[in-house]
Ligand binder design. Sequence first.
Ligand SMILES: CC(C)(COP(=O)(O)OP(=O)(O)OC[C@H]1O[C@@H](n2cnc3c(N)ncnc32)[C@H](O)[C@@H]1OP(=O)(O)O)[C@@H](O)C(=O)NCCC(=O)NCCS
Length: 186
Amino acid sequence: MASPRSLSLVSWTADDLQQRMDELLDVYASAMGYHRTIMEWRRGFIASHTQRVGFRAVATLSNNRLVGFSYGYLGRPGQWWHDQVRAALSVAAYAQWLSDCFEIVELHVHPEVQGAGVGQRQLAAILRGVQAHTVVLSTPEQPAAAPLSPAWRLYRRCGFVDVIRRLRFPGDERPFAVLGRTLPPT
Ligand SMILES: CC(C)(COP(=O)(O)OP(=O)(O)OC[C@H]1O[C@@H](n2cnc3c(N)ncnc32)[C@H](O)[C@@H]1OP(=O)(O)O)[C@@H](O)C(=O)NCCC(=O)NCCS
């Protein structure tokens, strides 16, 4: 395991992310326990996300090896995730949570360096200076009887509250929670 002292957190441009897409997919697959080959179809989606308004990304490097990353952008009508969540919200809840939001699309840390605060540092860094009223994200539902997963512990510790629970996205069997938080004024 990398020593926390050898880790550096950096901001990425869209080009930085695209140049390190292979490594990003490796970390993503390792963090989520997905088979690496099924990650390939996400390559095009992720590349297109880098062109969205308000795109931001951060990465954690260990001696220049990628061990974590996060990216997001400003949520807008017409984006698939935004429209799915909007359809499940009342008009008032949409105005509160999604009308001026930054969406965290991905946040992953390689298993070798999980549990040392890397995810929390990435989350804090990607949100620093974001010009939006709220931050929102979706995460697989937490089984009621199980201890909170690392992702849920992180989001709760960082002040995220429930926006929607047990939401089903087309094409995914799993229920998801949409969580959100108000951002400080910039
Ligand atoms: C969810 C995930 C990103 C969290 O990242 P992480 O680096 O493992 O976790 P955190 O940043 O929350 O830190 C983990 C622990 O380190 C502790 N910590 C915080 N700062 C620290 C520091 N400077 N030094 C040591 N430990 C520290 C935290 O208190 C936390 O402990 P706790 O949760 O028991 O209270 C990561 O576990 C992951 O990639 N999981 C798989 C993929 C996933 O679920 N992604 C999210 C999908 S929506």
